[in-house]
Ligand binder design. Structure first.
Ligand SMILES: *[C@@H]1O[C@H](CO)[C@@H](O)[C@H](O)[C@H]1NC(C)=O
Ligand SMILES: *[C@@H]1O[C@H](CO)[C@@H](O)[C@H](O)[C@H]1NC(C)=O
Ligand SMILES: *[C@@H]1O[C@H](CO)[C@@H](O)[C@H](O)[C@H]1NC(C)=O
Ligand SMILES: *[C@@H]1O[C@H](CO)[C@@H](O)[C@H](O)[C@H]1NC(C)=O
Length: 748
């Protein structure tokens, strides 16, 4: 086979592209991530090579990979440290520390496919199960046995194994196919795997991995609360599923080469679900992204890969982890508030929130102070000005703000009302400042600033602890990244919305408490593990379903509206569009029984990659992914024709037709009739309009024609939906028409 050996061009491309990926949570104090290079001229490269014989042992793989290293290195002791990882499952390849000249030499060796410079990425509950309709002893928790027998692997910052969320009461031993090992301080039937790829042990110095693991599969913990708020029984979404932690991030960095090592191990170990709350600043072509390729390998092996959509919203075209074989999760609010009501002297009330609730229920009445000099809470050293007053000021992302706020309080300020940034709308990302700090929305901040200019103004704060049933909910959080995808605009991304704002879950602790430490944090890092838990529940009921079928089940049963039938809103309280919510808000109970699924085989995803990419690149990635799927033998499949459970077409006046095939996974004999909902500007025709099934597993194909009329160029998208409706099921797909897509993929 002739492989793509002109590596210089892609390397140059990569050097300029290389965005910095991260754990996808919002950490105001997070350090800036360093570049993956170091002081020396060596840097880490991920090198794809032709696979050795299919029966090659791990040792033979390693020796084959070592044979690519420059000969001056073989036999000398530095070789050991030069070859960082040898990959066998995600693709055939390795990570090594090389100079640019050495990469040049490696590229000349027969069997070389492609080299990627390493990149640094960032790490992107008591109530959320109930909010998602999960009830102890009933519904899908009961029918899916709480996710029993399913293994969720997490690529994250490690795990605090002693936390009561990882007790194994009610969890059976792992299935016999499990091959992994566990190096944690406590391993049991809940925590069956733990391994560090960043040196040290698998403990969690960040907290992120403990939080995401307990969200996906934490066991029931009674009396869980955060500093007294939100008391209740905490549980993850799949409380009986097994957890395997692959520690690939430290508090400073997650490198691609390390993430790949974790994925390689997870595939070998036999996980069913891979949960990845890690993201980068921007998406890059799948062919240049070894993580997308590795995830494709995982999906081809039947593993569902769930990823955070990223926190770069609310602007369009910010979604990351956007390959069609991934399940990409956006973040929304839940119907809970950590309420702190601000009463104005004129009788008005502003509903703020405080994560640290005050011990005494009210602050007493104090004059309200606002000044241009401290509009962003600058302290300035003038203690007498703030003493005895409640100060209203605007939040920034600056780290000095926290210390300024504390200095104001130390100087005797009675409180601080911190107003969020304009673009965050109604989203308040809570942070544990101090019980005297109340966070309010930007709009409420303006109300307070205006009131501060009136004579004899006075305010007081009343703490109401945790309020449930807050409306409207869910609301898309401002930071949740939006579609369309830059790389694949013809596939709707993100796929789904799940809770990711102010999520309470397990946290490492130095002190042992019966209920364990908890923390409230936000990000698409928090929404992804909710969906990983749902995948585990569906997988537990349907162990033979492909990742695409599981995704279809979750997408076609998602809620398009909130619990009172109103549209799901975005952070500005406008109707959220499909580029913010995907198919809608996840509904675990319905996902277990979708009726019909839109399935996609690995070969079909391969056909899509071959269509998307240049021939050379497709050959390279095809070789890397699975040598049995060369592009020459695959039918190319366009984005619009991929059997995706959502439908995205170009917005134009002439009809654009796509075909879809559904598989009957409901009652053997069933009849579905189509129901189309669309604005007058969008004509959607489905043919045939009725699908009759007589067997389980039977497939039926239909076509959908979409045309837009009288839509102005300003409206970038128009959306409707098509649903297949039977007596027992509604199988809904959003139909999204987007301006400016639908041309062939760009030339390389
Ligand atoms: C809040 O700040 C005040 C003033 O610095 C301090 O006395 C108090 O202990 C702080 N409260 C909490 C919960 O940190
Ligand atoms: C908070 O509590 C006060 C006093 O009990 C009550 O008047 C107010 O309505 C509560 N606020 C909310 C948002 O429920
Ligand atoms: C549902 O959304 C509508 C607006 O779209 C809102 O008025 C209503 O309060 C919401 N209901 C809930 C339960 O959040
Ligand atoms: C869609 O299906 C119809 C009927 O099977 C077929 O004639 C048509 O070629 C298909 N269209 C595409 C774009 O595959």
């Amino acid at each position: 086979m002739a492989f793509f050996t002109n590596f210089l061009l892609p390397l140059l491309l990569l050097a300029t592209l290389s965005p910095t990926p991260a754990l996808s949570y919002l950490s105001p104090g997070a350090r800036k991530w360093r570049d993956a290079t170091d002081d020396s001229s060596h840097r880490t490269y991920i090198v794809l090579v032709e696979p050795p014989r299919s029966d090659a042992s791990e040792d033979m793989h390693r020796r084959w990979h070592e044979s690519f290293l420059p000969s001056s290195l073989t036999g000398d002791s530095s070789e050991e440290t030069r070859l960082l990882h040898s990959y066998t499952e995600v693709f055939s390849g390795f990570a090594a520390r090389l100079t640019e000249a050495e990469v040049g030499a490696v590229a000349k060796k027969p069997g070389f496919v492609r080299a990627f410079p390493d990149r640094t990425m960032q790490l992107a509950t008591t109530h959320t199960p109930e909010f998602l309709g999960l009830k102890n002893g009933a519904g899908i928790w009961s029918s899916a046995d709480y996710g029993k027998g399913v293994i969720i692997g997490l690529l994250d910052s490690g795990i605090y194994a002693a936390h009561p969320s990882f007790d194994d009461h009610g969890v059976p031993p792992p299935p016999a196919r499990w091959k992994g090992s566990c190096d944690a301080s406590r391993c049991n039937n809940k925590l069956i795997g733990a391994k560090s790829f960043v040196g040290g042990d698998s403990g969690d110095e960040v907290g992120h991995g403990t939080h995401t693991s307990s969200t996906a599969a934490g066991n029931f913990v009674a009396g869980a609360s955060y500093k007294g708020v939100s008391a209740g029984t905490a549980a993850g979404i799949a409380p009986a599923a097994h957890v395997a932690m692959y520690k690939v991030c430290t508090d400073e960095r997650c490198d691609t080469s390390t993430i790949l090592a974790g994925m390689d191990e997870a595939i070998k170990d036999g996980v069913d679900v891979l949960s990845m709350s890690i993201g980068s600043d921007s998406s890059i072509s799948f062919e240049l992204d070894p993580i997308a390729l590795a995830a494709f390998s995982a999906v081809s092996k039947g593993i569902t890969v769930v990823c955070s959509a990223g926190n770069n919203g609310p602007a369009r075209i910010t979604v990351t982890n956007d390959a069609p074989w991934l399940l990409t999760v956006a973040a929304g609010s839940v119907d809970r508030s950590f309420d702190a009501s601000v009463y104005l002297g004129d009788g008005r009330r502003v509903d703020g929130e405080a994560l640290a609730q005050a011990a005494k229920p009210s602050s007493g009445r104090h004059p309200l102070l606002y000044s241009e000099q401290r509009q962003f809470c600058e302290y300035g050293g003038d203690g007498s000005v703030v003493a005895g007053k409640i100060v209203v000021c605007g939040a920034t992302t600056s780290r000095t703000q926290v210390s300024d706020i504390h200095r104001m309080l130390d100087a005797g300020a009675a409180g601080v009302l911190l107003s969020s940034l304009q673009f965050s709308g109604y989203t308040t990302v809570l942070r544990d400042y101090n019980s005297s700090v109340v966070q309010v929305t930007a709009a409420d901040g303006k109300v307070l600033r205006d009131y501060a200019t009136s004579a004899n103004n006075v305010v007081s704060v009343t703490y109401n602890n945790t309020l449930l049933g807050v409306r409207p909910a869910p609301v898309v959080a401002w930071f949740s990244a939006r579609g369309p995808s830059r790389i694949a605009p013809g596939i709707l991304k993100p796929d789904i919305l799940a809770p990711g704002l102010n999520i309470l879950a397990a946290w490492p602790s130095k002190t042992k408490s019966a209920s364990g430490s908890l923390n409230v944090i936000s990000g698409t890092s928090m929404s992804a593990p909710h969906v990983s838990g749902v995948v585990a529940l569906v997988k537990s009921l349907h162990p033979d379903w492909s990742p695409a079928a599981i995704k279809s089940a979750i997408l076609t049963t998602a809620d398009a509206v909130n619990s009172t039938g109103g549209p799901i809103l975005d952070e500005q309280h406008r109707k959220a569009n499909a580029c913010a919510t995907g198919a809608g808000h996840v509904n675990p109970a319905r996902a277990a029984d979708p009726g019909l699924v839109y399935d996609i085989t690995a070969a079909e995803f391969g056909g899509y990659i071959c269509w998307l990419q240049s021939t050379d690149a497709a050959m390279a990635t095809g070789a890397a992914m699975d040598s049995s799927l060369p592009c020459g033998e695959l039918t190319k499949i366009t984005d619009a024709q991929l059997n995706y459970p959502t439908i995205t077409v170009p917005l134009r006046p002439t009809p654009f037709t796509v075909n879809r095939t559904v598989t009957n996974v409901g009652p053997a004999v069933s009849t579905y009739t189509v129901k189309v909902e669309a604005p007058t500007t969008l004509a959607v025709h489905v043919s045939p309009e009725t699908l009759s099934f007589t067997k389980a597993g039977e497939k039926k194909t239909f076509s959908v024609s979409v045309s837009g009329h009288g839509v102005t160029e300003q409206e970038l998208i128009a959306e409707g939906s098509l649903s297949w409706v039977s007596e027992k099921h509604v199988v809904r797909s959003p139909v999204v028409a987007v301006v400016g897509i639908g041309s062939p993929p760009p030339a390389p």
